[in-house]
Design a protein around this ligand. Sequence first.
Ligand code: SF4
Length: 364
Amino acid sequence: MSTVRHNWTKEEILEIYNKPFMDLLYEAASVHRLHHDPNTVQVSTLLSIKTGGCPEDCGYCPQAARYHTDIEGNDLMSVQQVKAQALRAKSSGSSRVCMGAAWRNVKDGPEFDQVLEMVRTINKLDMEVCCTLGMVTENQAQRLAEAGLYAYNHNLDSSEEYYKEVISTRGFKDRLETIDNVRKTNVTVCSGGIIGMGEKTEDRAGMLVALSTLDPQPESTPINALVAVDGTPLEDQQPVSIWDMVRMVATTRIVLPETQVRLSAGRTQMSREGQAMCFFAGANSIFSGDKLLTTPNPDVNEDMEMFKLLGLNPQKPFTKKVQPQTVEASDSQFEALGEKPKWSRPEHKIERNEEAKQKAKALK
Ligand code: SF4
């Protein structure tokens, strides 16, 4: 019988998060061992297939066009470029490629068709393919599924309450709707968030309530530590302490027992000892490669040395779920509908986002 609970309350999650550190670690490690091999960690590669120029105002993101950052924008990569990068990732031990495009939402047309071709190409390399492309309709999710997509990433970022302090150009409910659209297909859901954006512990627990009460729970949950980038509204945030990171990973592991918990952005700020504590507390995936979309990440060789030191083995692809079949574009059951869904635009004012925008304007 499944031990997964979908009725966690914020109070219960806070109680777990605030336990004495050793008790929390012991409980999380015990849950982890019941559901996963504690010595296996998935290595994934994150590829920015279209960088910068994003119309959204996410306060943590250097890719938002309205802020002035050092990011070099790029148009959509070609299928061949993506294939070359995926092969490189595979040869250095990655079993999963996650492709990110700085879009508000997917639009039917040649660019989306190109992404579908990338999905087909990587699935045929026998690697798990994940995409993070913004909001998607059910039809678009079906087309991705048909191409052989293994996972779709759409982070909740924070609690519903704190989300409003970080992003004003789209609503929390739209995030849930996209996750719901993905759930209507056989694509798995990857959804998590970021800590260190100035949120309270209650918001961290609130985000975990939102994730754990999804039924089914996400198969994958990235926990990111904010990497504060100059020019973004959150540029002055202090780095997250390792103790907070371990507490967040451990609590996530307890409330999402079967989920693959991903240690994502912010690993360059963590020592090996810190990362080892995260693995013990239930993290079982890392992103490899010297860049995580646009922010720094440890070098692949450093990670492999760490795996050797800790006796960790990279997870093989399709360990958790069978490989999806790829349907060629010519045999597709789903036509592009050219829908224009009414995703919300709350557009409430977030002071620090406005200030960063004004600062960027003055610099242009
Ligand atoms: S996080 Fe994604 S949606 Fe938000 S600004 Fe960055 S690229 Fe755009």
